[in-house]
Unconditional design. Structure first.
Length: 185
């Protein structure tokens, strides 16, 4: 008798606990796979090159962000003041890459002026590769990079340099307009 009561009590608790048939099926029965339809069809648009001023503006913002990251990486905190050299090198590499991209959109005179600032960053990179820097050398490098960032920011801000950016090719713009107009018909 006690066995029957124990089984009945167990089934009653099992039913009350929420383990009903639907829950059991939802947890342990495989779901049918949904049939996949035909593949989606994409409408391919021709590539429209953004204007040079817009591309220059993007490169400028990226450069500014990487220089900020570089300054943060050069100001270590904590008891053993250690700088992550890999992060500093990556920030320098990205900043130089963006300066180089900015240089490609400038006229000859401004391009040469920006080339001098690019060489400054390359000197910092060689300085990092040559030796392990002391706290004083890191402080000096951080100060020099802050000055470098200020100078480039003032002299090569997109709003100040609009007249020195190489104009877009008009023939290319006409081809793009023709491609866009024919694609819409």
């Amino acid at each position: 008798m006690s066995k029957k009561i124990f089984i009945a009590l167990f089934l009653f608790i099992f039913a009350i606990s929420g383990c009903s048939y639907e829950v059991f099926n939802r947890k342990f029965v495989r779901k049918k796979k949904k049939q996949t339809g035909p593949p989606e069809i994409y409408q391919i648009q021709p590539f429209i090159k953004p204007p040079n001023i817009e591309t220059y503006r993007h490169a400028f913002v990226f450069w500014k962000t990487w220089e900020n990251e570089l300054l943060i990486a050069l100001s270590p905190s904590g008891s053993p003041r250690v700088v992550n050299n890999l992060k500093v090198k990556e920030c320098l590499r990205q900043a130089m890459s963006n300066l180089d991209q900015m240089k490609s959109y400038l006229n000859q005179a401004k391009s040469q002026e920006l080339d001098a600032y690019l060489k400054e960053l390359q000197q910092f990179n060689t300085l990092l590769e040559e030796q392990d820097l002391s706290d004083m050398a890191l402080f000096r490098m951080r100060h020099d990079i802050e000055a470098h960032k200020r100078n480039v920011d003032i002299r090569f801000c997109p709003s100040n340099i609009k007249s020195n950016i190489i104009p877009d090719e008009p023939a290319l713009a006409e081809n793009i307009d023709a491609a866009v107009n024919s694609g819409g018909k």
